[in-house]
Design a protein around this ligand. Sequence first.
Ligand code: DGL
Length: 274
Amino acid sequence: MIGVFDSGFGGLTVFKELIKVLPEYNYIYLGDNARAPYGNKSEDLIYEYTRSGVDFLFKKGCQLIIIACNTASAKALRKIQQEYLPENYPNRKVLGVIIPAAETVWELIKEENKQSQPIKIGIIGTKATIKSKVYEKELRKKTDNLEIFSKSCPLLVPLVEEGWTGKRETKMIFKKYLRPLKEKKIKYLILGCTHYPFLLKQIKQIMGKTLIINTPEAVAIKTAEYLDKHKNLEKKLIKNKKQLFLTTDSPKEFKNFCLKLFKNKIDIEKIVLK
Ligand code: DGL
């Protein structure tokens, strides 16, 4: 089984792309809605919450977990991979969303990188993700010929969750967030938060020629490549196309949000994370 962990609903954007590219596997999606949002919490809390979600999914039998949440990928993934896994689940894997996005950018800039002009890249995300600078660090691992501009957009998560994506007010807030990046004439913009694909149309309208790196799409493609390279792990994954959704808060609310992305009937259970 593949586990997909998120602070709440947003990771469903990643889940949707995963089942598009890798439909044959069994999945459990776990949204920690009761403790969301993670985006403005401290590093210790984000780690503790993420660790408990990961532990729950492993106990349910997941062999591979994708941390769909950018904030958790930025603030907790490294410690989980370096300390928690070797001690507790040495044969299982946890992957995040930041490296897939960085790899996608590298692939795109490979040719341009030979030019002397630095390549301008924008990143938007929650306060915790932007403050962590993890995207920058990852991007610079392959080249330093980059000019990176980051912007936290803390109001966008609640606006998306309220279903305000099409509203004029949202567009105004959005424009204000994106203006500094647009003025810098960035070539690429990384959507560093699970919720931003819901605003993709609006982002494209505002950013014009800028190429948008849709992180959920990158995650699905890179997960497929990863499974291709890790046959031993891939063999352990059950392939019955079964999908289970778990939330730590109201299943009814979760279902309403799911309807925005999935048309078919879905099973949702409430669980408690410790
Ligand atoms: N899932 C979070 C992220 O991608 C956004 C919501 C939250 O702050 O919990 O950063």
